[in-house]
Design a protein around this ligand. Structure first.
Ligand SMILES: NC(=O)c1ccc[n+]([C@@H]2O[C@H](COP(=O)([O-])OP(=O)(O)OC[C@H]3O[C@@H](n4cnc5c(N)ncnc54)[C@H](OP(=O)(O)O)[C@@H]3O)[C@@H](O)[C@H]2O)c1
Length: 281
């Protein structure tokens, strides 16, 4: 493939937008998707080829893939499954539909899109699927249960998929960012306000700290990096003859990946409790 077509989800802001612009500058043919019409228009105005794609809608997924393939003559080299959001809240405060909504976007929509793309890549005998997971896809933190569950599930599904695609020419990589500058916190705050009722929760007091973290100006966590840090890993996953299975991004992601391998479960829990206490002070 001379110019390699790549489809990216969630390009309205943050990591998705940065990766879309970065890959275009590198010579890829980027299909930068977003779910809102105004964001699609804004991306087009920046010179990107942009299409609507809402992971919560089967029709939207189907038409985005069909349109992309119509424009590329049926070829697609890469898929960056980036779109997602975090639903904050204690596990005991999560209503069934709130957890389901988290999975609809972060897991089920991603899977449906991926499964539409795999036959194209199989026919080519080549392709790269890159999953934007998280540091919270392998360690848990309090008040992130819905998000943790969706990203742990993404990691499990992806590990299985990689084994099943062995020998097909399709490589599957997982990016595991720690804190990255984006609209993630603002969007998480909106999801918190919409779906959590702090006044009727046993966690009322801890929610005050969580609200402070979600609304804090500037980086909420130490070691926050700009989204270009993720772009670098995406480029490696697309271009290396031997892409890595996992790409931790940021110092905390490397640190916790190591701790998870070395510490007994109880000791890791103790460390994570200290992190949570520090965050919600
Ligand atoms: N920022 C971090 O610290 C961090 C760390 C680890 C992992 N991540 C992961 O990185 C990915 C990108 O997040 P970000 O940090 O760049 O945050 P962001 O700025 O909030 O971007 C999230 C993107 O996902 C889109 N999105 C949400 N629901 C969608 C749906 N139903 N269909 C299609 N698109 C949807 C958003 O679109 P709208 O604008 O329409 O909402 C937005 O474009 C996420 O998967 C996130 O879990 C982020």
């Amino acid at each position: 493939m001379k110019v390699k077509p790549i489809l990216i989800t969630g390009c309205s802001s943050g990591i998705g937008r940065c990766v879309a612009e970065g890959l275009k500058a590198r010579g890829y043919r980027v299909f930068a998707t977003a779910r809102k019409a105004e964001d699609v228009e804004a991306l087009q105005a920046k010179g990107l080829e942009s299409l609507p794609l809402d992971l919560n809608s089967t029709d939207s997924i189907r038409s985005a893939v069909d349109e992309t393939l119509a424009r590329t003559g049926g070829r697609l080299y890469g898929l960056f499954n980036n779109a997602g959001y975090g639903q904050p809240g204690a596990v005991e405060d999560l209503r069934r539909e709130v957890l389901r909504a988290q999975f609809e976007t972060n897991l089920f929509g991603m899977l449906e899109l991926t499964n539409r793309v795999i036959p194209v890549m199989r026919a080519q005998g080549a392709g790269r699927i890159i999953q934007n997971s998280s540091l919270l896809g392998f360690v848990a933190l309090p008040y992130r249960g819905a998000y943790n569950a969706s990203k742990f599930a993404l990691e499990g599904l992806t590990d299985t998929l990689r084994l099943e695609l062995a020998g097909s020419g399709i490589h599957v990589s997982i990016i595991e960012p720690g804190p990255i500058k984006s609209r993630f916190r603002a969007n998480a705050h909106a999801a918190y306000r919409q779906n959590i009722d702090p006044e009727h929760s046993a966690h009322r007091e801890r929610y005050r700290g969580l609200e402070r973290r979600l609304t804090k100006q500037g980086p909420a966590a130490p070691f926050t990096l700009p989204p270009e840090a993720v772009l670098k890993k995406v480029i490696h996953a697309l271009e290396s003859p031997r892409p890595k299975i996992r790409y931790p991004v940021t110092a905390p992601a490397h640190f916790f990946a190591t701790l998870k391998r070395l510490l007994p479960h109880g000791a890791l829990d103790w460390v994570l409790q200290q992190v949570a206490k520090g965050e919600h002070r």
